[in-house]
Design a protein around this ligand. Structure first.
Ligand code: C2E
Ligand code: CA
Ligand code: CA
Length: 716
């Protein structure tokens, strides 16, 4: 771009005397033309005037002189004849003949005299001198002849005539003819001069005209080229810009007006290029973190050298709760920090050769990020994950809060190429990673690989589900109860009912393993029904000694979607004779959010039966505070991921305190799940939590252990 720039500057160096503005150029060119035309016109007028003078002079003077000289010859010839007639004439007729001769003589004298007035050269003077002399000789001879005539001596008269008069007259005639000749020559030479002058004028005018035309042509071509050339360059530049090439500048020309347009075009190009970069950036980048977005992630494969064979999904835990309780600014800061630290960790891993070059980190949504890269094996990916975890170690400080970054990972790869695995497309990797992330969250483990085993497990769950119907019928299910304790009094307030499945061939099957699939397949309602029956039976058994205890049953979204669920619960409660307020229903926050409006209506229906409701796993879903206010619930169960190592995490403590205060603000009982250590218990007590549930107080109990616990409960 720079070389182009300097080259175009070089061509723009102004030529000496050639103005840089078209206006000046046109003025100068046409000014010169007008001056030239005026000079030609003046010259023509002057020369024509001159020619007119010459012609006039010729017409008035020279022609007259020529005529006079001609008249002189005539008169001279005539006088000879008149003399002959005089000699021959009888005396009586002589007077008339004398008068004729005298008249002719007078005329000759007059002409000679007038010719003497304006002689033009020495030759003519010589001629005239001879003419005058011969006139004098003629005059003498004439007088002598006339004397002889008067003396009636014709022979002597004839002699005189022949010897003196005629020679004198002949000389006169000769001289006058010589004069006439000279005069003719002079006129001819003057005519030649005039012709030459005329030719010269014509040549001058023609020359000036040709010069003017040539200049006009040159000027026209020059001006046209100086305008058309740069305009063409502008046109080419404009087409280039239209074609999306913003790298080259419009070259500078020697024309100011065009350069102004060129500069404007350059400025426009820069602005358009910048805007296009901005738009492209917006289209492919996330504005909050500056990371590529989902679209850019899919495009990334084309640009990286080593085809990526791994995709790691990273999900920022509890983002919703943080947004709700500590504010969106804090949430945004967490997202930015996660983005920055994850990117740095990946770049460092690529630089150290742990993974392939050019890893791509993209933000997909909310607190979910995807890293796309190539890695030699799963061990390398797990090492990478550990490094990312280390990078997330330091808490984030924002608006006076200190918050821990906690990520869940879903990992997916294309498999081992050595064992015939082909590279998977990015969307497949992403879908697999999502499945893995889901199972990591469900199992409450930090990370999970998507695997063939997972696929197999999914299939085996399907066969498991077909066994579930059997399980309900043949009492393979058990209800275990996990007690809950008031932190203020230390007394048991009730228990949560948790399902267990003793499979005849597979052995113990964890609810985490079959509940989600049973929910998907809609089989969960059988389980819920069975659990409700069991819970109500236990409550009925406890009623005589411990009527204050309640039992909470987990209700799934599918139950809520079933028509007449509230009525069925009502019928079962009635049939058991247990007060409705002893049975609690736990509904997960995320379950409510699947269909928020319908959920609100249904919860109201349940609430109307008199059954208290709890929000389960609070803090992991995406409910808004405004939405929570509409729910007719009486308990908030803070998810156990918040309680884990709570005593060591001041940031999470702030969150838990905020959630507790919020719960109390809505008149809810706040329960902490998964309390495992004394330190955690102390912390939640300090933070104002009302009820605890967890291994520290009691694991879920069944059979004899449950009976033993129940037996030692202090009776009110
Ligand atoms: P949940 O509703 O959050 O239940 C609490 C889970 O946390 C139980 O796991 C319980 O054993 C476990 N837990 C209790 N205290 C501690 C502790 O101190 N530390 C740790 N690490 N864990 C603790 P469980 O029984 O495996 O149940 C897993 C999930 O399966 C439940 O989570 C619930 O979502 C679902 N589930 C269990 N029983 C039922 C049921 O009858 N119906 C429905 N719909 N879902 C059920
Ligand atoms: Ca529960
Ligand atoms: Ca829970």
């Amino acid at each position: 771009m720079d070389t182009q720039h300097t080259r175009s500057q070089a061509t723009a160096r102004p030529r000496l005397g050639w103005p840089r503005r078209i206006g000046w150029r046109l003025a100068l060119g046409f000014g010169v033309l007008v001056v030239l035309m005026l000079v030609a016109l003046a010259q023509a007028i002057f020369q024509i005037h001159h020619i007119t003078g010459v012609t006039q002079r010729f017409a008035t003077g020279d022609m007259q002189r020529l005529l006079r000289v001609q008249a002189l010859s005539l008169q001279t010839e005539g006088v000879g004849n008149a003399l002959i007639r005089l000699i021959n004439a009888p005396r009586a007729n002589r007077v008339a003949e004398y008068a004729d001769v005298d008249e002719r003589n007078r005329r000759i004298d007059g002409i000679v005299e007038s010719l003497a007035d304006d002689l033009k050269d020495a030759d003519q003077e010589q001629n005239l001198k001879h003419l005058v002399e011969s006139r004098a000789a003629y005059a003498e001879a004439f007088i002598a002849t006339a004397d002889e005539i008067e003396g009636d001596n014709p022979a002597a008269a004839w002699r005189l005539l022949n010897e003196r008069v005629n020679p004198a007259l002949k000389t006169m005639l000769l001289e006058s003819n010589a004069l006439l000749q000279r005069e003719r020559e002079r006129i001819e030479s003057q005519l030649d001069d005039a012709q030459r002058l005329f030719d010269r004028v014509a040549l001058w005018v023609a020359g000036l005209s040709v010069l003017a035309v040539a200049l006009a042509v040159w000027l026209g071509v020059r001006t046209t080229r100086s305008v058309v050339g740069p305009l063409e360059q502008l046109e080419v530049a404009a087409q280039r810009i239209a074609g999306g090439d913003y790298s080259r500048r419009v070259p500078m020309t020697r024309t100011q007006e065009v350069d102004r347009v060129g500069r404007a075009l350059n400025t426009m190009t820069d602005a358009v290029a910048q805007r296009e970069r901005d738009i492209e950036h917006l289209a492919f980048h996330d504005p909050l973190t500056g990371l590529p977005n989902r679209t850019a992630l899919f495009n990334a494969v084309v640009s990286t050298q080593a085809p990526p064979n791994c995709l790691a999904l990273m999900d920022l835990a509890r983002l919703k709760a943080i947004n709700e309780t500590l504010g969106y600014t804090t949430g945004d800061t967490l997202i930015q920090q996660t983005a920055q630290r994850a990117s740095q960790a990946l770049q460092a891993a690529a630089a150290s050769g742990l993974i392939g070059p050019e890893p791509v980190v993209a933000r997909l949504s909310g607190g979910t990020f995807a890293a796309l890269f190539s890695a030699p094996d799963r061990a390398a990916v797990e090492t990478l994950r550990e490094r990312i975890e280390q990078a997330m170690g330091a808490p984030v400080h924002c608006s006076g809060h200190s918050v821990d970054l906690s990520l869940n990972y879903g990992l997916a790869d294309s498999g081992d190429p050595a064992q015939g695995a082909t590279a998977l497309p990015v969307d497949t990797l992403l879908r697999n990673a999502e499945v893995a992330l889901h199972s990591a969250k469900r199992a409450a483990v930090g990370f999970a690989w998507h695997s063939e085993a997972q696929e197999a497990a999914r299939l085996s769950h399907l066969s498991l589900l077909s066994d579930l119907r059997q399980a309900v019928a043949t009492s393979q299910l058990q209800m275990w109860l996990q007690p809950k304790f008031s932190l203020a009094t230390g007394r048991a307030v009730g228990a949560e009912a948790l399902v267990r499945w003793q499979h005849p061939t597979r052995g113990f099957v964890s609810p985490a393993e079959f509940v989600p699939f049973a929910e998907q397949a809609g089989y969960i309602t059988m389980v819920t029904n069975w659990m409700l029956e069991q819970a109500l039976r236990s409550l009925a058994a406890w009623a005589p000694t411990h009527p204050e205890l309640s039992i909470a049953v987990n209700v799934s979204t599918r139950d809520l979607q079933q028509k007449g669920f509230a009525e069925r619960v009502a019928r079962m409660i009635e049939a058991s004779g247990v007060p409705a307020k002893r049975l609690r229903l736990e509904i997960t926050e995320s379950g409510l959010m699947d269909d928020p409006t319908h959920s609100v209506a249904l919860l109201h229906a349940l609430r109307d039966i008199g059954t208290p409701l709890s929000i389960d796993d609070f803090g992991t879903g995406y409910s808004s505070l405004a939405y929570l206010q509409k729910l007719p619930v009486s308990e908030l169960k803070i998810d156990r991921s918040f309680i884990d190592k709570l005593d060591q995490s001041p940031g999470t403590q702030k969150l838990v305190r905020a959630m507790t205060e919020m719960g109390h603000g809505l008149d809810l009982m706040v329960t902490a799940e998964g309390v495992e250590t004394e330190a955690e218990r102390e912390t939640i007590t300090r933070l104002g939590v009302d009820v605890m549930q967890g291994y520290l107080a009691s694991k879920p109990l069944h059979g004899e252990k449950l009976q033993a616990w129940f037996d030692v409960l202090p009776i009110k």
